[in-house]
Ligand binder design. Structure first.
Ligand code: AMP
Ligand code: GLY
Length: 424
């Protein structure tokens, strides 16, 4: 079958790399794709939100499975458009994507189904929001309700910063309509982990957990980003923690979504705070994490194509269990200088092929483009993902940075401490 991957990041390149190894797959097509995906098959210039065009293309090309990468495509209703034309889709309907597209919906949903998460209140009025903070202790957690590319969360240490964040979101509309409402919630102490489960509307199958590094600079300093690096396994996420997460968070969500007429198909990404009394849900995403996905794909040994197809068709219960490489894997994100606020694009990147030859290393493209002369250039904030697998996490990390050091890209920067918690 042909698989159409929707998206253009490192996550999508890693999915294409993995799915392209399947004997069931004749072609990996991506929309809009990137130069890494272009090495795997056709890239077509359709934007992820152009759901009508994507569905028409999938039908015309007799695509056997569409895999939705980014939340924007799911929230725009791509799965619904594909259902109308009868093309199997791995990814949630617009109604199910509300779990990520509205934090207020997600928090209310958790309340209805007793899913452990921080206490919260929703506001559309800045004066009331500020008055509410008056009776509370810092740190204050303030979130834009809608999709803000992972940047809509402010952790404020002082009332002044918290008030400024409320004004920026509600008055100045820093995140546009995503900030028509805000959620203020309790601060959860603990260590974070990203956990993933495949869902077919009725059944869930656990994948693995990974740990992301959200801050831009070494030592977890600097602004929040979409993620600067990831590693798996996350030592804090034991098998017991996984079982608790399935029992307290994933299964109640799957059952609740079905009961509310929004059955969830796709990958459910639970952003968790691991506390002494178990996992607490920070947020749901309705897609793979980026860069967690790249790390997971490096550890997946089974053929992924039949499993995603089974999930898309509601037949996950019959799919064979997934086999994983027991060795750890790591991903280092190489970002353009200035990321996340003002990434400088256009700079030339050299040395990728030498870097990719290091044992255990695989490089995925994210925000790259090829110019007319065939030079690879930065075209986004997060530009390259250097993944490596090794016998130990230390070896995987050493391999990834050996590859980074061979890449000649003065316009880029990366964190040098990916995996530090697990290495300590
Ligand atoms: P989110 O986009 O909701 O995942 O939030 C981004 C980041 O902010 C998370 O990865 C956490 O590091 C942090 N965060 C969000 N909500 C909370 C909370 N209630 N308590 C502590 N940290 C939080
Ligand atoms: N790396 C976190 C995310 O994809 O949202």
């Amino acid at each position: 079958m042909k698989i159409l991957i929707v998206g253009s990041g490192g996550r999508e390149h890693a999915l294409g790399w993995k799915l392209g190894q399947s004997p069931l797959v004749s072609e990996i097509i991506s929309a809009p794709g990137n130069p890494g995906l272009a090495e795997l098959g056709r890239t077509i210039p359709i934007k992820v939100e152009d759901i009508g065009e994507l569905a028409a293309f999938a039908l015309r090309e007799q695509v056997g499975l569409v895999v939705i990468g980014p939340e924007a495509a799911a929230a725009a209703g791509l799965a619904d458009s594909l259902a109308k034309v009868g093309v199997p889709c791995f990814g949630p309907s617009q109604a199910a994507a509300e779990l990520e597209a509205s934090k207020a919906f997600m928090k209310d949903f958790c309340g209805r189904h007793a899913i452990p998460t921080a206490d919260y209140k929703v506001f559309d009025d800045a004066i009331r929001a500020k008055a509410y903070l008056g009776g509370r202790e810092p740190p204050f957690v303030i979130k834009a309700d809608g999709l803000a590319g992972g940047k809509g969360v402010v952790l404020a240490e002082t009332r002044r910063d918290a008030d400024a964040a409320i004004d920026e979101i509600l008055f100045l509309r820093k995140f546009g309509t995503a900030g028509q409402r805000i959620v203020i919630e309790d601060f959860l102490p603990g260590e974070e982990a990203s956990f993933f489960a495949l869902c077919d509307g009725e059944t869930a199958a656990p994948l693995l957990a990974a740990q992301d590094h959200k801050r831009a600079y070494d030592g977890d300093k600097g602004p929040n980003t979409g993620g600067m690096g990831a590693y798996s396994p996350a030592p804090i996420f034991t098998d017991a923690m996984r079982d608790l997460t399935m029992e307290r968070i994933i299964w109640p969500t799957l059952r609740g979504m079905k009961a509310e007429g929004r059955p969830f198909i796709g990958v459910l990404f639970a952003g968790l705070m691991i506390s002494t009394d178990g996992p607490k849900l920070i947020e749901f995403n309705v897609r793979f994490g980026d860069p967690e996905c790249q790390t997971l794909m490096r550890r997946l040994k089974s053929d992924f194509a039949p499993v995603l197809l089974a999930a898309a068709k509601g037949e996950l219960a019959n799919a064979p269990p997934l086999e994983w490489d027991s060795r750890p894997a790591v991903t280092v994100v190489y970002a353009a200088q200035g990321y996340p606020d003002y990434p400088l694009t256009g700079s030339v990147i050299r040395g990728l092929s030498e870097a990719g030859e290091i044992e255990g290393v695989e490089i995925f493209h994210a925000g790259t483009r090829l110019d007319q002369d065939g030079n690879l250039r930065a075209a986004g904030g997060r530009v390259l993902n250097i993944t490596a697998i090794g016998d130990t996490l230390a070896q995987a990390v050493a391999r990834a940075y050996a590859a980074v050091n061979l890449i000649n890209w003065p316009g880029g920067f990366c964190r040098r401490d990916i995996g530090w918690r697990a290495l300590e």
